[in-house]
Ligand binder design. Structure first.
Ligand SMILES: NC(=O)c1ccc[n+]([C@@H]2O[C@H](COP(=O)([O-])OP(=O)(O)OC[C@H]3O[C@@H](n4cnc5c(N)ncnc54)[C@H](OP(=O)(O)O)[C@@H]3O)[C@@H](O)[C@H]2O)c1
Length: 332
């Protein structure tokens, strides 16, 4: 997207003209936890009060953490609404309940993971991932895009993943769902430009949220009897064994990701985790596609000890830099 359209000064949701000086309506999906919750709260607490946030979740019984985090902004700059991205009626009802159906910023965040050998996953489980991560976005846009086009104004922020650029071991279906999102948005961005709409794909690396916990627990419980011995061992003794360490060493917090989305005006593709960038850069370094596969293979199967030591080293460096940063801060 040309810089003039894609990048506006002053952050991802800055005003385009005086008409938009009014508070901007933001709809975020999947706000019961993680990135959605952190972003909703950050935007609702914006010092310049630029946003009215419609923080949505599929199950309102889970609203307490968001209510607590929103504090006094609840009912003022933040409202909680029900929205299930797998249910068209629920999306319609939510959008219809917003004054003039006006959504200036849509953040498509709801998503789920799935790990493990495909022999041990059912097609139904895989379809649920695609239905949530990919068709969830499509359903939202079918409802919201026509209004944005008519107004010739709107910003669509999609929480994709680094796995929308480069797949990794035992994340086959999850990566496929994020690749689908990326291809869909790449195509749509050309049309969106004609209507002066902005699209931003946010591509986090590992983020320490409920996602990490749920995916790990499901992986631990997985019935591996349909897989051969070698594959089952690979999943248990290599993938699951390193899973926590990867999140501990490279993981960002949901608040960090929210801060980045809000502070920087995201270009079309925006990776939030610089520690992960070398992995995705491999993809662009070799048009034949062999380089990332070769490097990931060697990292996992041949140099696993070096890989593990590197992760520990990064963890130590990050701990030390956080410690010196904390020491520099005045005590509360
Ligand atoms: N954590 C990571 O390492 C990571 C890395 C890259 C990208 N991402 C992406 O970041 C996004 C947010 O994930 P997170 O890390 O913040 O995980 P999270 O804490 O598990 O949040 C996911 C949110 O999506 C919601 N959700 C799931 N299915 C839904 C549906 N059908 N309709 C509406 N909401 C639904 C969940 O609601 P329930 O509480 O009801 O399940 C939850 O609120 C996802 O798209 C994920 O793929 C995460």
């Amino acid at each position: 997207i040309p810089q003039s359209v894609a990048k506006e000064p002053g952050g991802c949701c800055s005003y385009r003209n005086s008409e938009e000086m009014a508070r901007r309506n933001v709809l975020i999906t999947g706000c019961s936890s993680g990135i959605g919750l952190a972003l909703a709260v950050k935007m609702a607490k914006d010092e310049q009060k630029r946003f009215k946030v419609y923080a949505t979740m599929r199950n309102l019984a889970k609203k307490e953490p968001l209510e607590e985090a929103a504090g006094q902004r609840l009912g003022k700059t933040l409202e909680i609404k029900q929205l299930d991205v797998c249910d068209e009626q629920s999306i319609k009802a939510c959008v219809n309940s917003i004054p003039d159906r006006r959504i200036d910023v849509l953040v498509s965040n709801a998503g789920m993971g799935l790990i493990g050998p495909i022999e041990c996953q059912t097609i139904e489980e895989m379809k649920t991932v695609m239905d949530t991560n990919f068709f969830g976005l499509v359903r939202l846009l079918k409802e919201i895009l026509p209004d944005m086009k008519r107004r010739k104004s709107g910003h669509i922020v999609i929480i994709s993943s680094v796995m929308g650029i480069q797949g990794i071991l035992f994340n086959d279906v999850y990566a496929a769902s994020k690749f689908a999102v990326e291809g869909f948005c790449e195509s749509l961005a050309i049309q969106a430009l004609k209507f002066k709409l902005q699209l931003s794909l946010i591509e986090p690396g590992p983020v320490v949220t409920e996602f990490e916990r749920k995916v790990f627990e499901d992986g631990m419980k997985m019935d591996l009897s349909a897989a051969d011995k070698e594959t089952a061992e690979m999943f248990t003794n290599i993938y699951l064994k390193n899973y926590k360490q990867i999140f501990q060493s490279l993981g960002q917090s949901a608040e960090d990701v929210a801060e980045i989305i809000l502070a920087e005006n995201p270009p079309f593709r925006h990776q939030t985790n610089t520690l992960y960038t070398p992995m995705t850069t491999l993809k662009y370094a070799d048009p034949n596609g062999d380089l990332p596969i070769d490097i990931f293979y060697k990292m996992v199967f041949q140099h696993d000890k070096v890989f593990s030591a590197s992760l520990n080293f990064i963890k130590l460096l990050r701990w030390r830099s956080r410690k010196s940063f904390d020491l520099g801060k005045p005590s509360q």
